[in-house]
Structures are given as structure tokens and as C-alpha cells.
Design a protein around this ligand. Sequence first.
Ligand code: SR1
Ligand code: MG
Length: 422
Amino acid sequence: MGSSYEPLNVDTIGEKLGQLEIMKEKVGPDSSIWSAQEVGDGNLNLVFIVSGPSGQAIVKQALPYVRLVGDSWPLPLKRAFFEYHALIRQAKYAPGAVPRVYHFDESQALIVMQFMSPHVILRNSLKDGVKHENLAEFTGKFCARTLFRGSDLSMNTKERKKDLALFADNAELCDITENLVFTDPYCDAKMNRHTSPHLNGIVADLRADMDLKVTAQHFKAKFCNNAETLLHGDLHTGSIMVTDRETVVIDPEFATYGPIGFDIGMMLGNFYMAYFAQDGHETSKGARDGYAQWILDVTCDIWQHFEQEFCHLWRTERTGILYDRRLFEDQNQTIAAERALADRLKDIWSDLLGFAGIEMHRRILGLAHIMELDSIENDDLRAVCEARALQFGRQLVLSRNAYNSPYQIAELARAVRKENYL
Ligand code: SR1
Ligand code: MG
């Protein structure tokens, strides 16, 4: 391809990518018989499935603006560069957990990658009441592996500083998170929307809640200042693809160095929202109760798998800058290393609850909502579900240190689901 950027469309893909060896291999040697379908349902990019006699490939291309809003909101193409670099690192930290990258073209902001089939987007399953085996184990381990191996617990200082500098340039996408996640939900931001007038009272309460706003800003400070590890940066249930047996994580263009609790907190926040959305999708009273409980079971299992794997990596792969073994194990003080581990896990747990609660607020009050709630057609019913999620989120943010386990959080969720806050 030439060097000047051009957005692809279904008719130009064959001509533009037909000479790429990897496309010939994966899709077929004759690009004139390829077919392409644009399937991007995210907020930012073009995503094509390209099919031919040899198979299929995904072609993802960044647009120079935010797709959800249009060209009034320009966004740099370099986000494809960060997505590519994040995918390479995630494949190393958590083998098999992300699609294989076949080709990257920086000038076209384009990544050719493995087509995952018969995978579906997890968010669709959570809306439709479909269960998936191994989901908790995979996602818990994915978080533990990427967040541990991308941190100072694993990396040496040179490699780590170099990588931090590389991802520091993903500034525009961090800016989106800083504003859309941590600030906009708590003020009258221009692009906000919520179910109105139903939620107006609750929205006013949240915006008047000084404790909540101060704490949300402490969490924003953690996101901006605590560059502990390489984050996926946008780990919601639309960034996870599943089959009955397999899970993969996609779409890490928001990758940045940040606090360990961020990714797992955002992800759990999305599971909790899906839990509160279930009443909006049941066809008869109680029809989704079993599924709702399954979602809570998954959240508990995710934390258990995360904790277990993080502990394992701490004990077996702690070769980075922090908590040097010479201070602990090498002096017969494994017990002290275990104490440090428990302290770190306690902080991660508390942080993840805060991030989860804030994610829940921004997905109901901000620009970017979630399909499980938005697709509830009846405004009254949707508002009841959303109000519960908002109150639950507030409780997570403000009382996070009162809860020691995901089982207590699941108990809280069940109690909140019985309430009507409108
Ligand atoms: C303007 S982008 C809105 C949201 O979509 C992405 O997936 C991120 O979650 C971002 O906050
Ligand atoms: Mg995305």
C-alpha cells in the first residue's frame, strides 16, 4: 500500500491488500474473489471480515475521528500503533489470549489479524442470557497474567521505562478515559445522556454528593499517576469474545500504563451492569433469576482465579524491580513476601471496586452506554434497572473498604436488585 492514509471500504480492500502475502495465505491468492463485510460495532474504528477460498481475516483500521460522534471529534490514527504494540505484549504475557496479529501498516493505521470463529461478543451473550464455560477462569487469569507480567513485579527497569515512554504517547485515548469515565458522569457534560426524566433525581443526587465526587477524583488521580502496569485500557464485555470453551480479548487501543485494579475493575463493573439489566430482558417474572445468579457467580470466580494466578506469579516469577527476593525468600523470610503479597492484593481489591463503580456510572450517565441496558425498550423498566446499577456503583466507590470478598459484593447486588430507587 502507498504511504498516504486512505480509509478502506468493502470495494477497495481487495485492490489495497491483494498483494500482501499474509492475505494471500489466509484469504486466498486471487483478491478479485474476496468478499468483505464491515462489522465494526465499536465506537471508534472500521472492522472488516475479509473472506475468500482459503479462509478469513480481520482487517481493522482506525478512522481519523471518533466513529460514534463523527468528524467533529478528530482522533489520531496512531491509536492503531498502540493497539498493535499492546496485542504483541498481551500475546507474550498471556499466550493464546488475544487474536494473532498477521500484519501492521502504520501509515494506513491498519492491523490484519486472526478472525475468531465461532466466537461472539460476550456483551451479546450477557444480554441474551447465554452462559459460557471457563469464562471466569480465562478472564481472571488473563488479568493476572497481563497485569503482573506488564508490571515492575516482572519487568527490569530498562525494559519497563522504555515501554512506559512508548505508551505515554497514547495521550488522546487516555484523555477520553480521563474525561468520559472520571469527570463527565459527575457534571453536566455536553455529550452526556441518561434515561430522562426518570433518572433526573438520582443524577442530581450523585452530582451533589461531595464524597462521591472527591473519591472519583482520587480514582482519576490513580489512573493518571499510578503507572503500575500495562493496561488493556478498555476491558469491558464488548472487548471479550467467547465460545462455549474459548475466550479471547480484543481491542486494546486504549493501552496505557496505569493501576493494576483498573482493567479488572472495569470488567467487573460491566458484569455487574449486565446483572442489573437482566430484569429488563426477562420474558416472564423470574425467568432471568438463574442467569442473573450465574453472572454473580462468574464475578466471584473471576476474582478467585485472578487472586490464585497473581499469587502463583508472585511466588514463581517475581523477578522485576519490586519486592526483591534478596530481601525476603533469600533471607528465609518467605512469610514477609507473603505479607507484602496480601497487602498488594488488598489494595488491588479496593481499587477494583472503586473503578467498577465509576465505570457503572459513566456507562449510564455519560456518552458511551452499554447495549444490555440501552436495549431495554420500556423506559420505565430500563430506568429501574439503571437506578439500581447507579446506587450499587455508588456503594462500591464509597464503601469499598467495608467489603472483603466478591461474595459480599454479590450479596449487596442481590439486595440492591430487590429495591426500586425511583
Ligand atoms: C469516544 S469513545 C467512547 C468509549 O468507547 C470506547 O470503547 C471507550 O470505552 C470509550 O470510553
Ligand atoms: Mg473498543
